[in-house]
Design a binder for this molecule. Structure first.
Ligand SMILES: NC(=O)c1ccc[n+]([C@@H]2O[C@H](COP(=O)([O-])OP(=O)(O)OC[C@H]3O[C@@H](n4cnc5c(N)ncnc54)[C@H](O)[C@@H]3O)[C@@H](O)[C@H]2O)c1
Length: 330
């Protein structure tokens, strides 16, 4: 049984804790850390497995009752919490992004690489969970059949109901970063260029936030992304994909259904009630990611789909190309 500690008990930290309790039999959550003691108390009561809690992440990281730690604190705290992780010698799953600036991402990834070389194994994984999503896996499988012909471009949509505290650069490092990672994984390719475009600003967005964001990106193979990120959409969490191939199209619908248009037959995406955030749509990915991580912790056998420090750094490098193309807003 792997004993897990969690730093940050907000939406993601609490979600990981619930998924472990309900779906990962080889792990149990024994420790929680948050500066919000009410959140800790409520989650502890709900889980019924927590042995201790603390407002000090360093204490949790170094507690001998914990084997492995999930870092689910806010983005700007990932660098200091990753430094605690290096000092602790524990196995870590850190939520994306590795850092909020490219400079910090390069610095902390160099520290992690040096540390992992010294101990001789991978110690830190990153939460790019779309790699474990059955829909993206199905799209990859369908492309590999060859029935659709080679992919030419794809459309991708990530629209949040609300992104409290979002910043213009954060639309890249917090949201679009998932796209930058998953399409490297899906197409086994690397990004060549990223360009941002800004339509008329949404009146639902706070002053100073350049939202919506449209991104045109090109992979080295020439396969091109036409994507959008909306931080405040008011209608429901909406994450969709369409991969346009030479002989057909493959879509992932809002509700996580995979639909094809090929050989004169077209499917239709599911409708229905939309969720307020990403937890419902991506529940299977979080569960499979946690199972994969716990297996890796237990066996030491590396799972190639778990995002490494190299993957996390590349995602931030790609964000930086997009950030450099940000233009002033009207
Ligand atoms: N992989 C994904 O799909 C996904 C989705 C959403 C968010 N995230 C990432 O997960 C992380 C957490 O996001 P969230 O949506 O749960 O945010 P959240 O605001 O709901 O939760 C963050 C928690 O961290 C706590 N916290 C703040 N300072 C702390 C400190 N010094 N020590 C310990 N805890 C502290 C806050 O009190 C809060 O409970 C972010 O990095 C975010 O980018 C990942």
């Amino acid at each position: 049984m792997i004993k897990v500690g969690i730093i940050g008990t907000g939406v993601m930290g609490a979600g990981h804790a619930r998924f472990i309790k309900e779906h990962v039999p080889d792990a149990t959550v024994v420790g929680l850390s948050d500066i919000d003691t009410k959140k800790i108390a409520e989650l502890s009561a709900e889980l019924g497995t927590v042995l201790f809690s603390t407002t000090n992440p360093e204490e949790l990281m170094n507690d001998s009752r914990v084997d492995a730690v999930i870092i689910a604190s806010p983005d700007p705290l990932h660098v200091p919490h990753l430094r605690l992780a290096i000092a602790s010698g524990k196995q870590i799953l850190c939520e994306k992004p590795i850092a909020t600036t490219l400079e910090d991402a390069r610095m902390i990834s160099a520290e992690i690489r040096t540390y992992q070389e010294r101990v001789g194994k991978k110690m830190i994984n990153f939460g790019f969970m779309r790699r474990f999503d059955p829909c993206y896996q199905e799209v990859r499988r369908l492309i590999a059949t060859g029935d659709f012909g080679p992919p030419t471009f794809f459309r991708t949509v990530t629209r949040n109901v609300a992104s409290t505290g979002a910043t213009t650069t954060g639309l890249f490092t917090n949201i679009a970063i998932h796209d930058f990672d998953i399409y490297r994984w899906l197409f086994k390719d690397e990004w060549e260029s990223i360009q941002s475009f800004y339509p008329r600003r949404s009146s639902l967005s706070p002053d100073g936030l350049a939202d919506p964001l449209i991104i045109i990106g090109r992979l080295k193979s020439g396969v091109t992304m036409v994507g959008d990120v909306v931080a405040f959409n008011n209608y429901g969490f909406d994450c969709r994909v369409e991969v346009i191939c030479e002989k057909g199209s493959i879509q992932i619908g809002t509700h996580g259904d995979v639909i094809t248009q090929v050989n004169g037959v077209g499917g239709a995406t599911k409708g229905g009630k939309m969720a307020n955030n990403w937890m419902v749509r991506f529940e299977p990915s979080y569960i499979e990611e946690l199972k994969a991580w716990i297996q890796e912790v237990k066996t030491g056998i590396v799972n190639p789909d778990l995002a490494t420090v190299e993957d996390a750094l590349i995602a931030n490098e790609v964000c930086a190309i997009g950030i450099s193309s940000i233009k002033p807003q009207k």
